[in-house]
Design a protein around this ligand. Structure first.
Ligand code: RAM
Length: 340
């Protein structure tokens, strides 16, 4: 297992945690996961490590943890896969952490281990990519139909609403990308009759695989007008490929990316416009939601409200979901204002 960095831990919180861990009675009680007023102890489990998107969400999650005197440790697999996250859920459960914040690589594959965690008193909050059947709460970055609409609009605008397009996605089972793709397909069918979606490729949020899949798309579809990559890892790799290929300027590339990883490609004309939300805010909101859940301020019921530090008040919506906000479009005019 790979352990990344541990957040700055307030001394008092660390002492309280050590005290709890050294007390066998505390660890034997399934209801005592530091939920009775002690320091919160959180495991953060992104889809995979080494992805700037999740580095940024973890930064936000750990900033919130520092504000509330919690510990928050990021762990996770090197590569995104269906079952790669399960051992980390099991370890966190054995450690009796207070909560797990997870971006799920599969909507169902990890439900058995999530249910076991919850049975041991661990709160499980998904963020970014949901596991709807089994978690306590989902922190949603933006409405799925709003994300799909922005993705279709950006590519349609740039290709004159006609021609072949392809999608370069993350892993084939990713809950979030699959929801967005399904809604994009419906929008294309209903509102863009002259756009043909010829292929959905999967780069697995792996830089090299995403790069190779981009090259394969361009080779296989000489008439291709656009690629939509609804993944920060995918769009970055696709931009790197396009920036030095003959297809630069011929094949439009858009999707979801971080301003820092896409800045050069906007400046050199490889990419005109892409979108995202603020992953740092997503992680920050997730940790405050965890705190509210653990201390009983919210149960996950619709209408429950809590304060998320500098982001202000939030209300739990249907299906135990908390919504961060709307996606934002980045282009040459505004990208200089954003740094994440
Ligand atoms: C990648 C991941 C993540 C997704 C972003 C847009 O970093 O697949 O789940 O939300 O892209």
């Amino acid at each position: 297992m790979k352990f990344k960095k541990t957040t700055a831990v307030l001394a008092a919180a660390a002492l309280a945690l050590l005290g709890a861990c050294s007390d066998p009675a505390a660890t034997d009680d399934p209801t005592d996961n530091n939920t009775g007023g002690g320091a919160l102890n959180i495991t953060i489990l992104p889809k995979n490590l080494g992805n700037p998107y999740f580095d940024t969400s973890t930064k936000g999650a750990q900033a919130a943890a520092a504000e509330i005197g919690a510990t928050a440790q990021e762990v996770g697999p090197a590569a995104g896969s269906v079952d790669g996250q399960v051992p980390y859920i099991e370890t966190a459960t054995q450690q009796r952490v207070s909560a797990i914040e997870i971006a799920a690589n599969d909507p169902t594959a990890m439900c058995d281990s999530i249910n076991a965690a919850r049975a041991a008193g661990v709160k499980v909050v998904t963020f970014d990519s949901d596991a709807p059947g089994c978690r306590d709460l989902f922190i949603n970055q933006a409405e799925a139909d709003g994300i799909a609409k922005v993705l279709v609009e950006m590519v349609a605008d740039q290709i004159g609403d006609a021609g072949q397009i392809a999608i370069l996605s993350a892993t084939a089972n990713a809950t979030n990308q699959n929801a967005w793709i399904e809604l994009m397909e419906a929008d294309l069918a209903a509102n863009h009759p002259n756009i043909e979606l010829v292929k959905i490729a999967y780069g697995d949020d792996d830089d090299q695989k995403s790069y190779d899949e981009t090259a394969a798309l361009i080779q296989a579809y000489p008439e291709l007008k656009g690629i939509v990559a609804p993944t920060t890892a995918g769009i970055q790799a696709a931009a790197r490929y396009l920036s030095t290929s003959q297809a630069k300027g011929q094949v439009v590339l858009t999707g979801l990316g971080t301003p820092d990883t896409m800045r050069n490609y906007v400046q050199d004309g490889t990419v005109q416009e892409f979108a995202l939300w603020n992953p740092e805010d997503l992680g920050y909101l997730t940790t405050y939601a965890v705190q509210a859940l653990v201390d009983g301020t919210i149960t996950g019921a619709q209408g429950d409200t809590f304060q998320a530090g500098k982001l202000g008040p939030f209300t739990v919506g249907p299906d135990s979901t908390v919504l961060l906000g709307d996606p934002y479009r980045f282009n040459a005019d505004n990208i200089g204002n954003f740094h994440f």
